[in-house]
Write a protein that binds this ligand. Structure first.
Ligand code: GAL
Length: 715
């Protein structure tokens, strides 16, 4: 039936030429539940090409087919004035999420945005580190525009006079129902190009649409196990000896540490960069990397992409760079394979082959003055705008490929990304330092196919320090970024104990988080995600909280309270951070029973609860039937082949099943099938008490699990 309708639309559409006339796009199902349409004449270069996306068709097939999620006759496209105009329908009470890494708001209906790669400047206006042209509807579908252009979005603000839902004009003088924002029934977009590809992702749930999007992009990244341990970035001008000393101090004091990040001072010159070691601070880079490795600690190197005249690659890369410089450095046209190769050769021989585990690639996002301007030209003929929208993707892709060639996983940091980047093992960070907004960004990252870390740098008080440490330990990368002031986890003696405990809890949770990342990779489910993607969230608890404050998103048709300060961490955990000055807060529990993570006691059921927590705890709740596999509080993540014991915690009363993922944790052999899932089951025994079972390790597959013990948390 659906195909018949689509066929009719196709026929209908072919009768017209697209130019200057609104059309219904023609859709082709390119994977189960994923439809593509080519509107006009798209640019030859786009987001998916920059990211080199290979859809995971097998995983998409497992999600199954679905009906076309929108009334196709209400989707419209038009080419005029050299631009593409797109329109997607909205119904009343429909809410929208996504449009990239926003920091202040989760609900996007009613917004006007221009999606533009930039350093976040304090307003959700579309300028952000990952302005992904993808949105999700709470009705359970997603829309993606595959264009590397600055796309303007009217997310339910524009009102057409021929709309069947056009609001009636009202008299402001006399009519109390007059509103400055009359009802709009569409998302409109302007793509400044003569055409574009558009994609539709079916649900049925919003989370399914997100999953399909991530799987279409190749599946989420699977970090190495060590990437989920703790990381400290040292002061910019630290020497090799100081870095070794830092590692020693962590060990002596009993703080976990898996990798150290070196900041600009490891390079002989930076801003622009030479991409080579500074021999005064690091006289023997190979020996230094080896000595660190011997302590079980890897190294991550900061760089920005601008090439200094003092760099050994400057001459060679010169002809392959753009017309403008950034901080006096040349800007490689990374859409050219030769330019990428020159940069990669330098990284490979000077750093990666020595054992450096990854990079933090800075300053590829903007603030306009810290980037090439839009008037710049590039030898490939791609525009400055297209390069800006994709530079972060290109850098992630080329470095990920280099590590794949070495069969060695990496996990790094990046300041810009975009649609198509789900599979890259990179986490976004920035210089903006609002703790609350960092958590909203963490929530929004789950709608954008990117990862985000609420990094910890400094704090005015020990209280703020521990609150920030608690959230970063429940995020994709547990990191202190002390590049400027050299803070250490123990810098606030009054909360030293609490900080150590949370860092060690992070280590204990590695088996759980690692399995959750495997689900990101194999099933597309974001490991840290918005409550709005959780089944059973909403309903009574949220509607009771109808937003009285309409100033941030005053869109009357769809307003419910925005939930931007609590989130899901994996399948079972709900994290409700406390911020500076707070000792208690409200937590909205989705449907079903929820239990306190620390005590196993019932916390509530589909309701709003008030919780208090001392500095030693971040409020965390576990869904009924929650199975949380934990390991001992080690100082380093288990290395390849190293066995670790499991303590499996079980919460609540519901019979339950959890899939525990295992592989070598370091190589790409999992891509060739060298991984296993162990099924953990809890069901009542004869006496009605919960009894747990773990399926045996598969023969010939990686098996890192040592002794298994159980902790039934709920009495
Ligand atoms: C900033 C970056 C910081 C730090 C610093 C070093 O651009 O966001 O995290 O790396 O550069 O100069």
């Amino acid at each position: 039936m659906v195909n018949k309708i689509l066929g009719l639309f196709m026929l209908f559409s072919l009768l017209f030429t697209l130019t200057g006339q609104s059309q219904n796009p023609v859709w082709e199902e390119v994977a189960p539940g994923v439809w593509k349409s080519v509107v006009g004449s798209p640019d030859s270069f786009d987001l998916l090409k920059a990211a080199g996306v290979k859809p995971d068709i097998d995983a998409l097939s497992k999600l199954g087919s679905a009906d076309f999620p929108l009334p196709a006759g209400e989707i419209a496209a038009e080419i005029a004035d050299g631009k593409t105009f797109l329109r997607f329908p909205l119904v009343k009470e429909e809410q929208l999420y996504g449009f990239g890494l926003n920091f202040k708001t989760v609900q996007q209906r009613g917004k006007i945005l221009q999606l533009h790669v930039d350093h976040y400047g304090g307003t959700d206006n579309g300028r952000t580190h990952a302005p992904v042209p993808f949105y999700i509807s709470d009705k359970g579908y997603g829309v993606f525009v595959n264009s590397a252009r600055y796309i303007t979005v009217y997310a339910g603000t524009a009102v057409r006079k021929d709309s069947p839902n056009a609001p009636e004009p009202r008299d402001r003088n006399t009519d109390k129902k007059w509103t400055s924002r009359p009802y709009s029934d569409a998302v409109d977009m302007v793509v400044p190009a003569g055409g574009t590809e558009i994609y539709l992702f079916a649900g049925p749930t919003p989370l399914d649409a997100v999953r399909r999007f991530n799987l279409f992009n190749g599946g989420g990244c699977l970090p190495p196990r060590w990437g989920l341990g703790f990381t400290q970035r040292v002061k910019s001008l630290y020497t090799a000896d100081q870095v070794l000393e830092e590692a020693r101090a962590f060990e002596e004091r009993g703080y976990p540490l898996d990798f150290i990040g070196l900041e600009p001072g490891w390079q002989s010159k930076s801003y622009p960069c030479t991409f080579e070691w500074d021999r005064t601070r690091f006289p023997d880079p190979a020996g230094f990397v080896k000595a660190m490795k011997a302590k079980g600690i890897r190294l991550n190197l900061w760089t920005n992409p601008y090439v200094s005249p003092a760099s050994p690659i400057f001459e060679k890369i010169g002809p392959l760079t753009g017309s403008h410089t950034v901080w006096g450095g040349v800007v490689a046209d990374l859409t050219l394979p030769q330019a990428r190769q020159i940069m990669l050769d330098q990284m490979e021989k000077d750093q990666v082959d020595l054992g450096v585990s990854g990079y933090k690639i800075d300053e590829c996002d903007g603030y306009d003055r810290w980037l090439w301007p839009d008037v710049a030209g590039f030898p490939s003929g791609n525009s400055a705008e297209q390069l800006r929208q994709t530079y972060g993707l290109l850098l992630q892709k080329m470095t990920t490929d280099l590590y794949r060639q070495k069969n060695n996983r990496t996990f790094g940091l990046i300041r810009a990304s975009n649609g198509g980047g789900s599979s890259f093992p990179y986490v976004i960070y920035n210089d903006y330092y609002s703790h609350e907004d960092f958590i909203t960004a963490l929530i929004n990252s789950s709608f954008a196919g990117v990862l985000w870390t609420p990094e910890v740098r400094g704090s005015k008080t020990g209280e703020e320090w521990v609150r920030r440490m608690q959230t970063v330990c429940f995020s994709p990368m547990a990191m202190i970024n002390a590049w400027s002031d050299g803070t250490k986890p123990w810098s606030f003696p009054e909360v030293e104990k609490e900080v150590k405990e949370i860092a060690l809890l992070r280590m204990q949770l590695i088996p759980y988080f690692y399995s959750e990342f495997a689900k990101y990779h194999f099933e597309g489910t974001p490991p840290f995600r918005a409550m709005n993607l959780e089944t059973g969230f909403g309903g009574k608890a949220v509607s009771e909280l109808k937003n009285a404050n309409l100033s941030e998103n005053p869109y009357a048709e769809a307003i419910t309270k925005e939930i931007k300060d609590q989130y899901m961490a994996g399948e079972y955990l709900l994290v409700a951070p406390l911020f500076k000055g707070e000792t208690e807060r409200e937590v909205i529990l989705p449907a079903g029973k929820w239990y306190d993570f620390y005590t196993g006691k019932l916390a509530g059921e589909g309701e709003v609860i008030r919780v208090t927590a001392g500095l030693d705890r971040i409020p965390v709740f576990v869904k009924d039937g929650g199975i949380i596999p934990m390991m001992p509080p080690q100082l380093h993540a288990p290395a390849a082949g190293q066995k670790f014991d499991l303590e499996i915690r079980y919460y609540g009363t519901k019979p339950s099943v959890y899939q525990l993922y295992d592989d070598d944790g370091e190589t790409f052999d999992y891509e060739k099938g060298a991984y296993s899932w162990r099924t953990i089951t809890v069901a009542p025994d004869k006496k009605g008490r919960p009894a747990g079972k773990v399926s045996p390790a598969e023969k010939g597959k990686p098996d890192n699990i040592g002794k298994i013990s159980w902790k039934m948390m709920t009495e």
